[in-house]
Design a binder for this molecule. Structure first.
Ligand SMILES: Cc1ncc(COP(=O)(O)O)c(C=O)c1O
Length: 414
């Protein structure tokens, strides 16, 4: 039986005796592709630019990965959400439903477009919003829904699409954390009018340091999105002048060439993340007193950007914070508290009635409405996010399990 004094948090030796390796996202393949782009540029005397053959190929290949449709590279996940919403041409002061748990980049574009975010709570025990929670914040002023699929785990997008159909609302799926995740065999991002993806370096796959993509299943929607992503240029329109006011959110050829190589690796990245989670399950992580593995809804394919786990403090002598602090001290990589992903609780969102767009007399809703989101807050209290890298194998799984067993043993309530 491990004693409290043996825990690293109390001065004992760490269970993980080595430094975890990084994700190893980049290899010679990306380097070669980038070098070829430069070689061609030097040979021809022309700098590589944007909206060129690499991006065209990237869009085609990403759309094929998604199961068919159209895709455009953009320069961040935030701008992917922005461009998708801009393409919908929402009237100012429209209310837009958004997830309680999301990155700031998933909600701020709504306000930047002069629209009003209406924050839907998560489903009980989840980081994801559900149909009931979406419907609860719909009003006669609602014009769109932005659904985030958090941490690699798809939201109940089929249920949310039914609510959207009932109120005739377009849906933007924010897939920044869930590339390749699926519901009943269909990829997230392909249910709504648009799927918005972040392709910055920390995501499943990337176009370099920053990047993003917008996917859609309809060609007219694609051209609308292209115009919205590039200052309203009249793509696929008869006119020669810019068609709508919009900003420049273009990806460039350098990002596209990296993204094409990375996209080829994506299925393997997903498979290796899923395999690593299975290794932890096989080694008994779910049988520990303090750990509960959240149930995954049937038909859902989770791609584990990280793994959301729940701490059962009733079976422990300590709470989640202490349990996670002890795991961190043993050398396990985890985020003990994901409340950094509740942007509606942040300073920028406070005092709304006195800020644009809420304070504009054209907005006819209640600018002082509060979003309590008890399920989201409860989920933050119980859960932590375990880091899952696709580069890890048995050695890392053994070390992580040894650390969990040591901490769980010491804190188990007997
Ligand atoms: C759910 C969600 N939406 C949007 C974004 C913004 O993406 P980016 O950082 O590429 O702008 C992120 C980034 O992590 C995210 O997790």
């Amino acid at each position: 039986m491990s004693k409290l004094s043996e825990l690293a948090v109390n001065g004992g030796d760490k269970a993980v005796g080595f430094a975890f390796k990084g994700r190893e996202q980049f290899g010679e393949e990306e380097k070669t592709a980038v070098m070829e782009l430069f070689d061609e540029s030097i040979r021809s005397g022309n700098a590589f630019g944007y909206n060129g053959p690499q991006e065209e190929a990237f869009g085609r290949e990403f759309a094929a990965f998604m199961g068919g449709g159209w895709a455009d590279g953009v320069n961040s996940g935030t701008n992917a959400v922005y461009v998708a919403l801009r393409a919908l041409e929402l009237p100012p002061f429209s209310e837009v439903v958004v997830s309680a748990v999301t990155d700031p980049g998933g909600i701020m574009p709504i306000v930047m477009l002069g629209c009003i975010p209406m924050v839907a709570d998560t489903m009980p025990g989840s980081y994801n919003i559900g149909p009931e929670q979406v419907e609860a914040v719909i009003t006669p002023r609602t014009r769109a829904i932005v659904v985030a699929h958090i941490g690699g785990e798809p939201a109940d997008i089929e249920g949310i699409m039914k609510v959207a159909a009932k109120y005739n609302l377009p849906v933007v799926e924010d897939c920044a954390q869930s590339h390749g995740a699926a519901v009943n065999g269909r990829k997230v991002g392909s249910f709504g009018t648009y799927g918005a993806f972040s392709l910055m370096f920390g995501k499943h796959f990337c176009t370099g340091g920053q990047g993003g993509a917008v996917f859609c299943g309809n060609e007219d929607d694609y051209w609308r999105e292209r115009r919205a992503a590039d200052r309203g240029k009249p793509f696929n329109l008869p006119g020669h002048t810019n068609s709508i006011p919009a900003i420049n959110c273009n990806l460039d050829e350098l990002g596209a060439v990296i993204g094409r190589v990375q996209l080829r690796k994506l299925p393997s990245i997903i498979a290796r993340k899923q395999k690593f989670v299975q290794m932890l399950k096989d080694r008994g992580i779910g049988e520990l007193a303090g750990i509960e593995i959240p149930e995954i809804r049937p038909g859902v394919e989770h791609v584990y950007w990280w793994w959301r786990l729940s701490v059962n403090a009733d079976k422990l002598t300590v709470g989640k914070e202490e349990y996670c602090a002890a795991l961190l001290a043993e050398g396990v990589l985890l985020n003990p508290n994901y409340s950094a992903a509740m942007p509606f609780t942040f300073e920028w969102f406070q005092d709304r009635p006195n800020k644009f767009p809420w304070n504009n007399p054209e907005y006819k809703g209640n600018p002082a409405i509060e979003f309590e989101c008890p399920n989201a807050k409860a989920a933050m209290t119980r859960h932590f996010n375990l880091v899952i890298h696709e580069s890890w194998s048995e050695k890392e799984a053994d070390a992580i399990i040894a650390a969990f067993k040591k901490v769980d043993e010491a804190y188990r309530d007997r």
